[in-house]
Design a binder for this molecule. Structure first.
Ligand SMILES: COc1cc(-c2ccc3ncc(-c4cccc([C@@H](O)NCCN(C)C)c4)n3n2)ccc1O
Length: 285
């Protein structure tokens, strides 16, 4: 069983404002007492009894911590410390000040292709790094992709929220119905074995949104969205894609493929001509 620090987190950090909350718990700003440096603290309530539905099981938190400890990459939020008390675990991670990619897109409606490519390159580098360690995120979406500083000319991408992430073992099947309807692949809905390819479907959906501001499968309800996914019901409507290059559409089409084994991997995406032009002429387009 992993051992976290048993000291009181407040002995080392001044607890600041709530930055956000969700299924994962609460995220608050922390100020390290010795250095004055600001961090983010994810406060997770622990389940008090086997019968309780409140809070997370300790082994779930242990899995997230073990995964974060294995993922040290510029495009993945860094874990600094872990404290635990009887009822709570606090993950101390780097503070990310640029907000969510989701909000950045909303402010711009959609992005120029070159801006989208720069964001995608960073997302793909972080995802390729975790996939090379046989770790899948399983909840990639614009809300879980944050920007270091949205005012920077080239904001750095940080992938957050590894609460659903799994270390996949060859020969061992992993199935789950978890995730966010708009971004999950058909294999999740059909309760089929999952792999890193499920993250690649999500990247196809994210790319579609980056370029159009629209979500490819979203319906008027979760049920309709899920039906659109299993029916592969999406299109590049002229109203939103008339200015989008064929290469960008090809990139999306090579990810939104029903058979997970047919989708591009993150490494293959980084070599796709839309992301890595083969010639100067291509780059000029
Ligand atoms: C360690 O696990 C997480 C960390 C974070 C995290 C890490 C650093 C950091 N710096 C700033 C923030 C932040 C600022 C405003 C809102 C939020 C959060 O509520 N929304 C993030 C996306 N959401 C859908 C998980 C998070 N964060 N959030 C978010 C979710 C996690 O499961």
């Amino acid at each position: 069983m992993a051992q976290f620090k048993l000291q009181n987190v407040e002995d080392f950090y001044e607890i600041g404002e709530i930055l956000g909350s969700g299924h994962f718990g609460q995220v608050r700003e922390l100020r390290e007492r010795v250095s004055g440096v600001s961090w983010a603290g994810k406060f997770v309530k622990l389940r008090r009894s086997v019968s309780s539905r409140l809070g997370l099981e300790r082994k779930t938190v242990e899995r997230e911590v073990e995964i974060l400890q294995a993922l040290q990459h510029n495009n993945i939020m860094a874990l600094k410390d872990v404290f635990e008390s009887r009822a709570e675990v606090v993950l101390v991670v780097e503070l990310i000040c640029g907000g969510e990619l989701f909000d950045f897109i909303a402010e711009k409606e959609n992005l120029m292709e070159n801006d989208a490519i720069e964001f995608l390159k960073q997302i793909l580098k972080g995802v390729a790094f975790m996939h090379n360690k046989h770790i899948a995120h399983f909840d990639l979406k614009p809300e879980n992709i944050m920007l270091s500083d949205k005012k920077a000319e080239h904001p750095e991408i940080k992938i957050i929220d590894f609460g659903l992430a799994q270390r996949l073992t060859t020969g061992e099947e992993y199935r789950s119905l978890c995730g966010t309807p708009q971004y999950i692949g058909p294999e999740v809905i059909n309760y089929e074995p999952l792999s890193t390819a499920s993250d690649m479907w999500s990247i196809g959906v994210i790319t579609y949104i980056l370029l159009s501001g629209m979500s490819p499968f979203q319906g008027d309800s979760d049920e309709e969205t899920l039906r659109n996914i299993v029916d592969m019901k999406y299109e590049f409507e002229d109203q939103y894609f008339s200015q989008t290059s064929d290469m960008a559409k090809d990139f999306i089409e090579k990810l939104l493929i029903k058979d997970p084994s047919e989708r591009m991997t993150a490494e293959e995406c980084l070599l796709h001509p839309w992301i890595k032009p083969l010639t100067r002429k291509q780059a000029a387009n």
